[in-house]
Design a protein around this ligand. Structure first.
Ligand code: ADP
Length: 605
């Protein structure tokens, strides 16, 4: 009952809280992993953002450079003269120009000449209508004041654009045009930094406009449009010398990529082992890969990505993990280690609790045995005291005149006082041993003599009780190194047990046998023909207070200390006491004590 209660308290007070703690630890572990991943994605997002900013800055720089080139050309000649040969001049002086063009705001194209280079002719065929403001097309528009989302400027024209899908961009994955003219991004970053819908849609949106409207009263800007699914990026510039003329250039994209490459490649050294950065075009094809150009991945699934903006619409800076499993591996390892640690701790708590319960059980059993011991000892004291008192009173009153009877009563009184002495000696010795105060006076002594003398003291009592006694002791001394009184106590305890547990066949035998195996030693055997020790109790009978035959059922009194003391004394002498069932029924208690070489000779003689 008490054990059950303690077990319940243990489960409620220790086990359940530790399980809850373990659960919390596992949860915080998961959160920790999430935080780590988040930190890393923020770091890499920062890299992508800064590279995208850098690319934008470089584009603006080139935009200004184009303005400078135009001004340089205009410095020497009249604007109209330059306008006619602008394509050839700018193509020569500025490496980023694929085709140079000049249009007036009233829709006249001065350059390039329709019958000039093949690129020039194609440019005219594709762009004439747009540049002369005779049609509106879907464009991405940027000016020094920043990106302008034209779709918000003119809702009407946007609606028109939806009805004219031929002009809308149809680059990779970008076919989906929603009512709000949202275009799906061509990459799907694994780490969503923003809201999901923001992440899925591009931040740049095309808007329908005619060229004159785009120019407005600005002096420079970029216009990007998709023609036959290919990006056309144009810079344009208006000089104060002739504001009616718009000078522009179709940018040579491979040359532009070459120009951007060194900046994209310059990622922080500390990160170059972990990540790879790529400049992706509108088809999510890598144009620049850094730092290792051999790196390959699913380019549409970067870890994080940032769009460059209206100047290079749907071009992205994508960041890829060099070893995508490294992070999950280290997270897994961390999780495994901590998980194992937690499991181990919970296991340790469980095992600890189990050991506590076992120990508690043992302590409870001991406490119960101690209580039994007190009642047993009281009983053992009471019985001899009662008979001593009774017989001494009879003798004192002078009522027993028969001399034979008087002798018999006196013998009983002597035997009972001996029993009392034995009991008190056992209890005192036990408490001394418990406190570690028991002292032995080792000296050379003859075991045969000790046994004989002790046993002879018992003989009259045993014979009076009808015991058949056999004593097979050697005539020669058996010298051992021991404490005479302690050894006598062992003999007394074993002989008195043989007397108590003799049963109906009152037969007792004592023998001393020297042995040579495994080491030279001497054996004292005390044998009886009683019921023997019940099976399974052969070792328990040596535990303190343990009684295999309890007083109630067997009617035999005892304290449960006799064999405990016998064994402790024997072990203090380097020997032991063990129980063996006797052949033909009964018990055999064997006291083994070590012999020294010289003593061995004496015994064998
Ligand atoms: P007790 O005072 O009960 O005799 P012991 O320590 O001397 O205490 O013995 C422990 C138990 O060993 C006894 O209670 C008894 O059950 C058992 N025992 C001891 N000697 C014998 C024996 N000769 N025959 C049968 N059982 C024995």
């Amino acid at each position: 009952m008490i054990v059950k209660k303690v077990a319940l308290v243990f489960v409620l007070a220790v086990f359940v809280p530790s399980l809850v703690l373990a659960w919390l630890a596992v949860r915080s572990l998961r959160d920790q992993e999430f935080v780590l991943e988040r930190q890393r994605s923020l770091l890499y997002q920062g890299v992508a953002d800064s590279l995208a900013d850098k690319a934008n800055a470089l584009l603006s720089e080139q935009q200004r450079e184009f303005g400078r080139q135009v001004e340089a050309l205009l410095a020497d000649s009249k604007p109209l003269d330059i306008a006619k040969a602008f394509d050839a001049r700018v193509h020569q002086s500025w490496p980023l120009a694929e085709v140079g063009f000049v249009v007036s705001l009233d829709g006249q194209v001065y350059s390039p000449d329709l019958f000039d280079r093949a690129e020039a002719r194609r440019f005219r065929l594709e762009n004439d209508k747009f540049l002369c403001s005779r049609e509106t097309v879907a464009v991405y528009w940027n000016s020094p004041k920043g990106a302008i989302n034209l779709s918000q400027l003119d809702q009407k024209e946007t609606a028109l654009a939806v009805q004219q899908p031929a002009n809308t961009a149809t680059y990779s994955g970008g076919g989906k045009v929603t009512k709000e003219q949202k275009v799906v991004r061509n990459v799907e970053p694994q780490q969503a930094q923003q809201r999901d819908d923001e992440q899925a849609y591009s931040k740049v949106a095309p808007a329908e406009a005619e060229f004159r409207r785009l120019v407005g009263d600005s002096t420079e800007g970029t216009v990007a449009r998709f023609l036959q699914n290919k990006l056309n990026l144009m810079f344009w510039y208006r000089s104060s010398r002739d504001p009616q003329l718009v000078f522009g250039a179709l940018v040579d994209l491979p040359a532009l990529v070459q120009y951007l490459e060194p900046s994209i490649r310059a990622i922080p050294e500390s990160l170059s082992e972990e990540i790879c950065v790529a400049l992706l075009d509108e088809y999510a094809r890598p144009r620049v890969i850094s730092p290792n150009s051999k790196f390959t991945a699913n380019w549409k699934r970067p870890f994080v990505a940032t769009e460059i903006g209206e100047a290079l619409p749907h071009w992205e800076i994508g960041v890829y993990l060099v070893n995508p499993f490294r992070f999950s591996q280290s997270a897994y390892l961390l999780k495994l280690t901590l998980g194992l640690l937690i499991a181990l701790l919970v296991l340790a708590i469980g095992v600890g609790g189990w050991l506590i319960v076992i120990d508690l059980k043992r302590q409870l059993a001991l406490a119960r045995q101690k209580t039994d011991f007190v009642s047993n000892v009281s009983h053992e004291l009471k019985t001899p005291l009662t008979s001593i008192r009774m017989f001494s009173e009879l003798l004192a009153d002078g009522r027993v005149l028969d001399e034979e009877k008087q002798h018999s009563y006196l013998r009983i009184i002597t035997a009972e006082t001996a029993r009392l002495t034995r009991l008190i000696n056992n209890v005192l010795d036990f408490s001394r041993m418990e406190r570690g105060e028991k002292k032995y006076h080792f000296a050379k002594c003859d075991l045969a003599r000790v046994v004989r003398e002790t046993f002879e003291g018992y003989r009259p009592q045993l014979e009076a009780c009808g015991f058949k006694l056999e004593c097979d002791l050697p005539e020669v001394p058996v010298f051992i190194n021991g404490d005479r009184d302690a050894l006598a106590q062992i003999v007394v305890n074993l002989v008195s047990n043989a007397e108590k547990y003799a049963g109906k066949r009152k037969d007792m035998r004592l023998e001393i046998r020297p042995q040579t195996q495994p080491l030279p030693h001497v054996e004292l055997r005390v044998l009886d023909r009683g019921p023997g020790v019940p099976n399974g109790c052969e070792e328990k009978i040596f535990e303190q207070f343990y009684r295999a035959h309890d007083s109630l059922s067997s009617g035999i009194q005892g304290s449960g200390l006799g064999l405990t003391l016998a064994r402790q004394i024997a072990r203090a002498h380097g020997g032991d006491v063990v129980y063996e069932p006797r052949e033909g029924g009964g018990s055999c208690f064997v006291l083994r004590l070590p012999l020294k070489a010289t003593e061995r000779v004496g015994v064998s003689e």
